[in-house]
Design a protein around this ligand. Structure first.
Ligand SMILES: [Fe+2]
Ligand SMILES: [Fe+2]
Length: 328
């Protein structure tokens, strides 16, 4: 999920826009749980909110290829290399489905990519953390893709048809990502003491940033209520975070790792795990561009874009020639 964390103050549709005159048939479709399609009338604020969310989601998939791509050449076996290659390639595919879904709302891919590269569009804060050991690849699959699934499964029921349909396929692939990560960690935990220590160290580093992926607490979430009303979002940030913690604690026990939170304990009264306070200062620092790898990630994306200029130029010339031939 790469999307909950990104409800930033001041960069999205305003509440005043929500009060504009309703579009014909829009509210009725929402009420009847009928998908809104690209040619349907929709409020401008709904369109803008979707463009922001889907494009940020697409950017997250693309930037998310970098931390793991870093380990493809260092995978310990051919099998693990093949799995990691497939996984990173899937993330690139997710970015493409999502850019295509956003384009149905009338924004071009060039515009979206330009916004990523000039820093005006955000991507998930989690991808600004470094991958320091091979165990990070397992922990990313288990926890980061696990959190992504928790966030993204409800998006399969999102009110906007192209986004909802893209998410069905994305979620199936995310499920493979989560399993390959857990499988990698199980193998390492059956290995040497040094391997087990490597897994624990990676869990210690990733746990809190993963909890931050669900975004600010509900009372601090800028447009959560509006997105819920529009059927873009089905559960609040805190509900999703709780769901993730409840599902993950038993998995950590099976794996034999400790989650780095002394306040983490089962609350029989609530029927949920209680957990400690999140360091929101760290979260906002990362979102504002001051995380451990923000500059490195952006530099890599800008370089890739510049290196690909000749491909775009060749495609443009080819399209021109094709059109000219057809006209002839
Ligand atoms: Fe993905
Ligand atoms: Fe994934």
């Amino acid at each position: 999920m790469y999307t909950q964390a990104l409800d930033l103050p001041g960069v999205q549709a305003t509440d005043s826009a929500v009060t504009e005159a309703p579009c014909v048939g829009f509210d009725e479709k929402l009420a009847a749980d009928i998908k809104i399609e690209p040619s349907d009338p929709m409020p401008d604020a709904y369109r803008k909110t979707l463009i922001r969310q889907i494009s940020q989601h697409a950017h997250s998939e693309i930037v998310g290829m970098l931390p793991e791509g870093n380990w493809i050449t260092r995978a310990p076996t051919l099998k693990r290399k093949a799995i990691l290659l497939a996984k990173v390639q899937d993330e690139g595919g997710h970015g493409l489905y999502l850019y295509a879904a956003a384009e149905t709302l009338g924004v071009s891919r060039d515009t979206m990519v330009a916004a990523l590269l000039d820093g005006s569009a955000k991507y998930s804060s989690i991808f600004n953390y470094p991958t320091l050991s091979w165990a990070d690849i397992g922990v990313i699959g288990w926890l980061v893709d696990g959190a992504a699934i928790t966030n993204q499964v409800p998006l399969c029921r999102c009110s906007y048809g192209p986004y909802a349909r893209a998410m069905v396929r994305v979620c199936k692939e995310e499920s493979f990502h989560q399993r390959q990560g857990y499988d990698l960690l199980v193998a390492m935990m059956k290995g040497s003491a040094a391997q087990r220590a490597m897994v624990q160290e990676a869990v210690d580093r990733w746990w809190w940033p993963v909890l931050m992926m669900f975004g600010p607490h509900d009372q601090d979430s800028v447009h959560g209520a509006t997105s819920m009303k529009w059927g873009i979002k089905r559960f609040s940030n805190d509900d999703l975070r709780q769901k993730f913690v409840d599902a993950t604690v038993p998995q950590a026990e099976v794996l034999g790792v400790t989650l780095p939170d002394p306040d983490l304990k089962w609350n029989a009264e609530r029927g949920h795990y209680d957990f400690g306070a999140i360091d929101w200062n760290e979260f906002w620092q990362v979102v504002k561009g001051n995380g451990p790898c923000n500059r490195e990630r952006m530099a890599a994306r800008i370089k890739a874009h510049e290196d690909g200029a000749w491909v775009r130029e060749a495609a443009r010339v080819h399209a021109e020639k094709k059109t000219a031939r057809q006209a002839h």
